[in-house]
Structure formats: structure tokens, C-alpha cells
Design a protein around this ligand. Structure first.
Ligand code: NAD
Length: 261
């Protein structure tokens, strides 16, 4: 096992469960001190008990700027200035058509997925700049930040915008040695997918399976590490080929299309 993150301070939002928890385990294994911010306190505390003294949990609603100030103060006091920030917290969309979509739900999705990423980037850059240190920021977008899907205006807006602000901030802070990239998972087996069946995804991806959190963790660790020292402003897809095209031939698709109502 390499220790790519020895003596580094890493923050992971939405790290109490799902992919964020998998990232936290891996960063700790590679020598980092990790602070997890989430609104699921009991899951967060349970994870910390598993990870030991290299990890800490502090409640953080990523959409709340005041909560961010407290979270950063806690992190810096506990482990020192931030070297790596993983803006991973997110919620799924309402799954309604554009006609039925509620404004309140649209605002909620954008406040967590987009405002949360903006506030996380701002906090991380401030901490890195105050300490005059280089760093890496990884923003978790989605394949929904690359391609359009129906009944998903809220989630799609949040994930396309995450991809955009990643590039804007990367251009701004590269001169300080700070790299900013977005990671775009496809279908990954976590709570956010609900009961989605494997066969539904298998028919849409070049690699016919639902991904597992570890598939994404490997990419997050790489892009946050010094091995990726010339990569910034990039959108890195980990989706089994989902966004690359369709594994169904044109002949098959046309037949399917004319069968449907
Ligand atoms: P998950 O639901 O297991 O994890 C999301 C975490 O974010 C949870 O711990 C949740 O409590 C936390 N969270 C939600 N609102 C928050 C808030 N206001 N403040 C702080 N934390 C909050 O789902 P996951 O699949 O592990 O999702 C992680 C990220 O990956 C999300 O940004 C999601 O949009 C993205 N993503 C997931 C998939 C997938 O198929 N699972 C695909 C593409 C992108």
C-alpha cells in the first residue's frame, strides 16, 4: 500500500455513507487525516469509530455558508489547513416532468448540489491560500453533467453547472498550485439509485454492470494525488461507457423505437 496522502488533510462532504464513505476509507488507508461533513450524524459517527484517530466527523449542511465557516475552523484546528477537498454531498432530483416540477424542489436540489460545491470550493481555496499551500479540489458531478436525461432538469442543471464552475475556478487558481477537476460517475450502487435493477443499466453501458463505489474512489484518489499534477479543469468520466454511446446497434434501436407507443 502506498501512502500518497501522508500528512495531508482531506475534507469529504457527504462522506457519512455511500461513495463518500468509501473515499474516506481509502484516503485514511493512504495516510491522510480526513474530516467528514454530513447531515447524517449517526452514520458519520459510526464511520469515525471504524476509521480511528486519522478521521473526524463534523456536522455540515453544505448549503449553509455559516456551517461551512464552523466546519473549516474545526478542520484546521483538528488536522491543519486543507490539502484536498472532495465536494461529494448530493441529492437526487425530483424525477418529475418539466410540467410537474415544483420550484421549491428545483431550488432544494440546486442549493445542495450546486451551492454546496461553490461554498466547498471557496472554503478550500481560502484555506489553501491562507496557508500558502498547493492543493487539489475534486467536485463530484455525474454523467448527468455530460448528457441530458428526461425528467431530470433539476439534477442535470446542478451537475452541468458543477462541471462548468470546476473549469472556471481551475483557470483562476492554477497559478497558486491548486488543481480543480470534476468526476462524473455513471450508475453506481448506492442509496441514491434506490431499487434500480442491474439489467436496466446493463442494457445501457458498454461494460454491462452497475458500478461500485470503489470504481469511483480509485479515480478520486488518483486525481487528488501528485500523480495527477498536470491535470486540472478536466472532466473525468467513470461510467462503464454509459455516456460514450449506446451498446445497441442502429438496426436494433430503430426496431425498438417503432415498437414503442
Ligand atoms: P448517497 O446518498 O449514499 O450519499 C450522498 C451523501 O450526501 C449522503 O451521506 C447524504 O447525507 C449527504 N448529503 C445530502 N445532503 C447533504 C447536505 N445538505 N449537506 C451535507 N451532506 C449532505 O449517494 P452517493 O451515490 O454516494 O452520492 C455521492 C455523490 O455522487 C452525489 O453528489 C451524487 O449526486 C453523485 N452521483 C451518484 C451516482 C450514483 O449512481 N450513485 C451517479 C452520479 C453521481
Amino acid at each position: 500500500m502506498t501512502e500518497r496522502f501522508k500528512s495531508k488533510t482531506v475534507i469529504i462532504t457527504g462522506g457519512a455513507r455511500g461513495m463518500g464513505a468509501e473515499h474516506a476509507r481509502a484516503f485514511v488507508r493512504e495516510g491522510a487525516s480526513v474530516v467528514i461533513g454530513d447531515v447524517l450524524d449517526s452514520d458519520g459517527e459510526a464511520l469515525i469509530a471504524e476509521l480511528g484517530s486519522q478521521a473526524a466527523y463534523h456536522r455540515l449542511d453544505v448549503a449553509d455558508p455559516l456551517a461551512w465557516a464552523e466546519f473549516i475552523a474545526f478542520t484546521e484546528k483538528t488536522f491543519g489547513p486543507i490539502d484536498v477537498a472532495v465536494n461529494n454531498a448530493g441529492v437526487g432530483g425530483s424525477g418529475t416532468s418539466i410540467e410537474d416540477a415544483s420550484f421549491q424542489s428545483w431550488r432544494r436540489v440546486l442549493s445542495i448540489n450546486l451551492d454546496g460545491t461553490f461554498l466547498g470550493m471557496r472554503a478550500a481555496v481560502r484555506s489553501m491560500r491562507n496557508a500558502d499551500r498547493p492543493g487539489a479540489i475534486v467536485n463530484i458531478s455525474s454523467v448527468a453533467g455530460i448528457i441530458g436525461t428526461p425528467e431530470s432538469a433539476d439534477y442535470t442543471a446542478s451537475k452541468f453547472a458543477t462541471r462548468g464552475i470546476t473549469k472556471a475556478v481551475a483557470m483562476e487558481v492554477g497559478r497558486y498550485g491548486i488543481r480543480v477537476n470534476s468526476v462524473h460517475p455513471g450508475y453506481i450502487r448506492t442509496a441514491i439509485l434506490g431499487e434500480l435493477d442491474d439489467s436496466v443499466v446493463a442494457a445501457k453501458t458498454a461494460l454491462p454492470r452497475i458500478g461500485v463505489p470503489r470504481d469511483v474512489t480509485e479515480l478520486v484518489l488518483f486525481v487528488a494525488s501528485d500523480e495527477a499534477s498536470y491535470i486540472t479543469g478536466a472532466e473525468l468520466v467513470v461510467d462503464g461507457g454509459f455516456s460514450a454511446g449506446s451498446p445497441i446497434s442502429l438496426r436494433q434501436s430503430v426496431q425498438e423505437y417503432f415498437k414503442s407507443p
